[in-house]
Design a protein around this ligand. Structure first.
Ligand SMILES: [Zn+2]
Length: 189
């Protein structure tokens, strides 16, 4: 049997059997996502690019069903996570960025409407056949932050006082802002 993520069936067909698909992939299985990560990592010197970034494990689950008792509105609950390699926009160093996302999607054909189903996000079916992989990939891409940054200040060179960042022009404004915020916090503590 092939990988169900890459099979193409109609949304009704996926939901008819209340299919559950376990996701066990790698970043390299998602062409667009891998392209974005590769472009991001290209900001690093070649020897600083993490060697195994394409092998990061993508895991999670897709669970198909219906929103209505009449079974006319197919749905899929998607939960997916991966820890990708990214470049911190503050200190311009590589770091591990955990992504975790979940959504309840209403799989809508162009002629259908979603009135009364506000608990769902709408996934518009552009083709008759749906490849579950496309949903997983888009969810991961949407989960990417606008600007990836170390969240722990102890890990970020730009946030550690007295440490020179690799690119002064890029990082000095952030570092200055951070210092100012830290002072404000101390003042209120
Ligand atoms: Zn950083």
């Amino acid at each position: 049997m092939g990988n169900p993520l890459r099979e193409r069936r109609s949304a009704a067909e996926w939901s008819a059997g209340s299919q559950v698909i376990e996701i066990a992939e790698k970043v390299s299985d998602f062409e667009q996502l891998a392209g974005i990560i590769e472009a991001d990592l290209a900001a690093l010197d070649a020897d600083k690019i993490p060697a195994a970034w394409r092998d990061a494990v993508v895991s999670g689950q897709l669970e198909f069903g219906y929103a209505d008792a009449q079974r006319t509105l197919p749905t899929v609950r998607c939960q997916v996570e991966v820890t990708v390699d990214a470049v911190c926009q503050r200190c311009l160093e590589a770091f591990r960025l955990p992504l975790e996302t979940e959504a309840d999607l209403l799989l809508l054909a162009p002629e259908q409407d979603a009135d009364g189903y506000d608990d769902y996000e709408v996934w518009e079916l552009e083709d008759k056949l749906l490849q579950p992989q496309a949903i997983v990939e888009e969810m991961l891409i949407m989960a990417l932050p606008f600007a990836a940054m170390h969240t722990e200040s102890s890990a970020c060179k730009a946030l550690t006082p007295g440490t020179a960042a690799s690119d002064e022009e890029m990082t000095t404004p952030f570092a200055a802002l951070r210092e100012q915020m830290a002072q404000d916090n101390e003042g209120s503590a």
